[in-house]
Design a protein around this ligand. Structure first.
Ligand SMILES: [Zn+2]
Length: 233
């Protein structure tokens, strides 16, 4: 006849491991989804950088076209200046030239600003591209590792589940009912140890000396007076 207490202790350890492994397995899809989302984010950031640069280049082309047309306007005004017949007309042309010159200067400033922006955006794009290349393969490796750990986990779960069932078969039915009942009401922990200072390891309440001695030396099951768990030395 196997030692009842040893069986119960082993059942509890197996039960706890089963619980931990199940939780680990349940967390796997979420882990993979999070990594995939990080990969998507890398692509998204790269696309965003590309789009920004494309927009700025279009804006620059447009600004350059506008400048060319402004230069033509200015040239036209300059040639008109010589055809002025009166002093008033001459002054009016001069004013138009002045305005057109100011606009042209503003356009040139705008072009310089755009060129600087494009330069920065090109640097940013290169950065995003490198980031994607390096980070993406890292994340993919991580996903592979998680998937590999999943099959190990499944194998271990199968083993532990079999052990759990085997241990349950070895225990008398009435003890099993007791174990399950305490476990259910005590958040999965039916068994507790007696700590050095004669305290229950689960609820930390004192265990009378006599009970601690019995738990260590007799075959009867001893229960914590406070939390009701089965006590082991
Ligand atoms: Zn207790």
């Amino acid at each position: 006849m196997p030692d009842l207490k040893e069986l119960l202790k082993e059942l509890q350890a197996t039960d706890t491991e089963l619980h931990t492994l199940t939780a680990e397995r349940e967390a796997i899809p979420e882990k993979i989804a999070a990594l995939e989302q990080e990969i998507n984010l890398l692509s998204h950031r790269l696309e965003e950088a590309k789009q920004k640069l494309t927009n700025s280049r279009t804006e620059l082309k447009l600004a350059e076209l506008n400048l060319t047309s402004q230069e033509e306007t200015l040239a036209k005004y300059n040639s008109q200046l010589f055809s002025a017949k009166t002093n008033e007309e001459y002054k009016a042309f001069l004013k138009e030239i002045e305005t057109a010159e100011r606009k042209k200067n503003e356009m040139e400033d705008q072009i310089i600003m755009l060129m600087e922006r494009i330069e920065q955006e090109e640097v940013q794009l290169a950065k995003r591209r490198t980031e994607k290349e390096t980070e993406e393969s890292k994340k993919k490796q991580e996903i592979q590792a998680v998937k590999a750990s999943q099959s190990q986990l499944e194998a271990r779960l199968k083993e532990v589940r079999e052990k759990y069932e085997r241990l349950r078969k070895e225990l008398p039915a009435n003890i099993l009912v007791l174990y399950d009942r305490i476990k259910k009401s005590k958040h999965g922990l039916a068994v507790a140890r007696i700590l050095d200072a004669n305290r229950c390891s689960a609820c930390l309440n004192p265990v009378p000396t006599q009970q601690a001695i019995e738990a260590a030396h007799s075959n009867t099951l001893i229960f914590c007076e406070y939390c009701g768990r089965i006590l082991f030395p």
